[in-house]
Design a binder for this molecule. Sequence first.
Ligand SMILES: Cc1cc2nc3c(=O)[nH]c(=O)nc-3n(C[C@H](O)[C@H](O)[C@H](O)COP(=O)(O)O)c2cc1C
Length: 187
Amino acid sequence: MRAVIAITGASGIVYGLRLAEELGKAGARLDFVVSGGAKKVMDCEVRGGSKKALARLAKLGRVYSETDFSAPFASGSRAPDAFAVCPCSMKTLSDIANGYSDNLVKRGAEVALKEGRLLVLVPREMPFTAIQLENMLKLARLGAAIMPPQPAFYGGEGSAGELVDFVVGKIMDRMGVKNALYRRWGA
Ligand SMILES: Cc1cc2nc3c(=O)[nH]c(=O)nc-3n(C[C@H](O)[C@H](O)[C@H](O)COP(=O)(O)O)c2cc1C
């Protein structure tokens, strides 16, 4: 499968990085787009900062800047099988919901929607305002998979890494990519 992972400036950069690594292991052809906001959050959340995080992504696929509209997935003629915004900030969520595609993340999401490809959004905020919930409802009605990072605990208490993997495993399930990242109910 051909997939794009967009990383925006919400907390939980680790979800995007783990998703990239696991999709790469599963043989997906990957491209990435990283917003300026994401780089700031990477500097706070990732050991080695944004430089290290971007280097990790570059090993798995091409990394586009948010201003580079020449990327293939900016065009409906080259839409990927799946486009994931992981994590997705409330700002990017709002812009996607309103068709305001002023960067490559939002344009890629718009292309996925208009071409009927899988759009996965991993919105991170707590609590959500009514505006944010309305934006999510609007996008869900348009066919986007709204997947806030909410691990279940039926596999036990788990380490932080296991909880991250639960979320990543569920995203991969939605993309139709086999994985054994979490213990399934009844297994
Ligand atoms: C350390 C840090 C954590 C943040 N966490 C969140 C968050 O969890 N959710 C969110 O919507 N915005 C969060 N923000 C704010 C966004 O980064 C900000 O709204 C930014 O403009 C989003 O831009 P982007 O969507 O283009 O990446 C955070 C900012 C920083 C610096």
